[in-house]
Design a protein around this ligand. Structure first.
Ligand SMILES: [Cu+2]
Length: 181
């Protein structure tokens, strides 16, 4: 079986006001100040992917719900797309994203909910049982809720989108933007 090689993804940036070219942007500076920094890596290992998020400059002593989303960041938060799912919920639509815990869960999506310290910095890690090959997330999105809901009908929900960081694929021969397909 000729397996496609698993992709390493990475993103790093200081938040700016949304503009046509920004890859790290805030949609709500009251919760995600301009200049705060997001850094994320997705490293494949065999059949799983290790993800790590580091934040700084956010509000102190606060939880933030964070997930991988399908598209690269856009000035319009809705265009960042729904959560990336390894197995896509067949019932999900553009208007009604997946809230079925069978699909909207931290083993089928990438959840990186983080809690900041007294300085507004924090780190979170997760390992998901899949890798990215021909398909992968385009961004991570930070939400207003302090943690992601898990109940049926609410699963995956986390309130308004307050910041976004675009991911790039790390190739042996350089970095290639994602989410422009
Ligand atoms: Cu999200």
């Amino acid at each position: 079986m000729a397996a496609q090689s698993a992709v390493t993804l990475h993103g790093d940036g200081a938040l700016t006001e949304p503009n046509a070219t920004s890859t790290a942007e805030t949609y709500n500076p009251a919760f995600a100040p301009v200049g705060s920094r997001l850094k994320v890596t997705f490293n494949p290992s065999d059949e799983s992917t290790n993800a790590q998020l580091t934040v700084s400059g956010l509000l102190p002593n606060r939880g933030y719900a964070v997930h991988a989303h399908t598209n690269a960041c856009s000035a319009d938060p809705a265009l960042d797309g729904p959560h990336y799912q390894n197995r896509i919920d067949p019932a999900a639509t553009r208007q009604a994203p997946s809230t079925n815990p069978e699909y909207a869960n931290p083993r089928n999506e990438v959840w990186l909910d983080v809690r900041t310290d007294t300085t507004g910095s924090g780190t979170s890690r997760t390992t998901v049982p899949f890798v990215f090959t021909d398909r992968g997330p385009g961004s991570i999105v930070v939400h207003e809720a302090m943690q992601t809901a898990i109940e049926p009908g609410q699963a995956g929900k986390a309130g308004a989108r307050i910041a976004c960081l675009t991911l790039s694929a790390v190739q042996p021969n350089g970095v290639e933007p994602r989410g422009s397909r």
